[in-house]
Design a protein around this ligand. Structure first.
Ligand SMILES: [Zn+2]
Ligand SMILES: [Zn+2]
Length: 229
């Protein structure tokens, strides 16, 4: 793995800014990988061994994903919405897993570790770099029970929703009266009031240069033409 400062720089760049979450996340990722015996998690031979569960959708999560190379699209990054500043690093090959939790005390100890810096933000950044892992984190050894349908690789199971006909992948269906139903159709989902829409230029595609497309791309996109019916 690259040195801390290099990882921090690239992580902050990818994330958009340097913040305390980048420092905590980079350190969390370095520690997590070390604990489960992966020295180069983004390298071809190790990338398939790692699964990371992040428990918050905050700055730290970006840093953890950046350093470890885990991705939603690869199914190696799992977001579990607990609102806790923690991440679990799971080695699929060995079954070893460690959950690393960012301590609340670290926040209050910034003045102890960087007393010479008056400005609060800069002091926090400096202190988080200096604090030992033992102050910044609590670490738990855990067992991760991963369902076969959550593993990377090809889709294990596909089933059609008995209400809307949409394909449901990887066992995300509910069974209602012995029939498979997708989350939106079962009502247990994050949106409401779904209504199918279309608009005059809906047949547009980036791949074909039809006269209609050219008008759209080059000229006035025309709010009216995109107006949803
Ligand atoms: Zn941030
Ligand atoms: Zn459905």
């Amino acid at each position: 793995m690259q040195p801390f400062e290099i990882l921090l720089e690239s992580s902050a760049k990818a994330h958009g800014h340097l913040c305390p979450g980048q420092i905590v996340g980079v350190r969390m990722a370095m520690l997590g990988c070390r604990l489960i015996g992966l020295s180069e998690p983004t390298r071809r031979d190790q990338i398939k061994k790692l699964i990371v569960y992040v428990e918050m959708d905050r700055c730290t999560a970006d840093a953890v994903a950046h350093v470890t190379g885990v991705k939603l699209g690869r199914r190696s990054l799992k977001f579990v919405d607990y609102g806790i500043m923690a991440a679990t690093f799971f080695n699929l090959e060995t079954g070893k897993a460690f959950r690393i939790i960012s301590t609340e005390e670290a926040r209050d100890l910034a003045a102890v570790y960087a007393p010479e810096i008056a400005e609060k933000g800069s002091r926090q950044l400096a202190a988080y770099k200096r604090m030992p892992d033992s102050v910044l984190f609590r670490v738990q050894k855990v067992h991760v029970n991963i369902d076969e349908c959550d593993l990377p690789g090809p889709t294990r199971r596909k089933i059609v929703c008995s209400v809307c006909g949409q394909m449901i992948r990887d066992k995300r269906e509910s069974m209602i009266d012995d029939r498979p139903v997708c989350r939106p159709c079962s009502g247990a989902c994050y949106f409401t009031h779904a209504r199918e829409v279309s608009w005059p230029d809906m047949n547009w595609s980036p791949g074909e240069q039809t006269p209609a497309n050219r008008t759209n791309r080059d000229g006035d996109a025309g709010n009216r033409r995109f107006a949803i019916q």
